[in-house]
Design a protein around this ligand. Structure first.
Ligand code: HPA
Ligand code: ZN
Length: 326
């Protein structure tokens, strides 16, 4: 259709993608082979068939299991490079990429190994593809806050390579307030702040409230449930905070694309954006997400442009660099 061509052609910005969530089954087999690991799957098709998620915990189980093949700096380079090349092919001009250091340090892979591989891929993408990208370090909220703080301190020598910090993994029983001291220190170190407030998790609206009142986030990841409470969505709109909505991810963990929510956010003047989350697991990069949600919500070219304008506006870029994309 015309809209598909339009979406494919415009310059795009991705603000919510977990690099470990871009591990395609083919890559997983390659990494396993070169690291002398044997996967409990006969082939790519069988592995892909195991990607049947119905909620966040069932997704996370596959996600953490999947990344066990990532061991060397070259693995992290290759993973990030594959994503960046793919994003470039979709006309993504700027990306902010999450990584989960604790999902690797807890397995004995060093922080230095992870970040050097990722950083080298980002530098190559900038030089060779004219694709700018920055890293956001996420803390795993189902691990103790002390481990998050230790990870924050471990990151400080690499501060120039990290633009912000986030909070991901299983939200149930793991509220933002438990990480208030970690995020306060991160802010003091110059990091931007964001947190996942996943769709339809228990107490998500309370978590969004804490993000605003306790943490002082610069952005909210997902955040769709803010629409359930006028006090929340009014405050988000007033502050001009961005929301990184991930439609195909939504469909996997709660059954629909969140297209009605996205349309409402635009109507309310909220800075909603469309992103891919874990594209290798959910089956859609940014173009597919934009097309799916636009068709479901009945959005036209003007609204699609607004979504991308929102994304470049809330990107963690210096004003002079941002202007180049708007
Ligand atoms: N939610 C929470 N944790 C995650 C996600 C997500 O969508 N993706 C990777 N880790
Ligand atoms: Zn996410």
């Amino acid at each position: 259709t015309g809209l598909a061509e339009f979406i494919a052609g415009i310059p795009k910005c991705e603000l919510h993608v977990h690099i470990e969530g871009t591990l395609e089954p083919e890559m997983k087999f390659d990494f396993a082979e070169r690291n002398d690991l044997v996967l409990p799957y006969a082939d790519v098709a069988q592995l892909r068939a195991a990607y049947a998620f119905h909620d966040l915990p069932s997704f996370l189980k596959a996600y953490y299991e999947g990344m066990e093949v990532l061991l060397t700096e070259q693995d992290f380079y290759d993973l990030a490079w594959a994503y960046l090349a793919r994003a470039h092919a979709q006309n993504v001009r700027y990306a902010e990429i999450f990584f989960d250091p604790q999902a690797h340090t807890s397995r004995g892979v060093s922080f230095d190994t992870v970040i050097r591989g990722l950083r080298r891929a980002l530098m190559d993408a900038y030089r060779l593809l004219d694709l700018r990208a920055q890293l956001i370090m996420c803390f795993l909220r189902d691990l103790p806050a002390g481990y998050a703080m230790a990870t924050l301190l471990e990151s400080l020598p690499y501060k120039e390579w990290i633009v912000g910090v986030g909070l991901d993994s299983d939200e149930h029983g793991n509220p933002p307030s438990a990480f208030a001291a970690v995020f306060e220190r991160a802010r003091a170190e110059g990091y931007f702040l964001t947190m996942h407030c996943d769709v339809d998790q228990v107490n998500t609206t309370e978590h969004i409230r804490q993000c605003l009142a306790v943490i002082g986030v610069d952005r909210i990841d997902h955040g769709v449930n803010a629409l359930d409470d006028p006090a929340l969505h009014t405050e988000i709109a007033r502050r001009g905070l961005g929301l990184t909505v991930c439609p195909i991810s939504n469909r996997h963990v709660r059954g629909d694309l969140g297209h009605d929510a996205l349309r409402r956010m635009l109507e309310l003047g909220m800075r909603a954006t469309v992103n891919s989350d874990d594209p290798a697991y959910f089956g859609g990069y940014v173009t597919e997400n934009l097309l799916a949600v636009s068709e479901a919500a009945g959005l036209g070219e003007w609204e699609v442009l607004q979504l991308e304008r929102n994304a470049f506006e809330i990107a963690w870029l210096p004003a002079g660099v941002r202007d180049h994309y708007l």
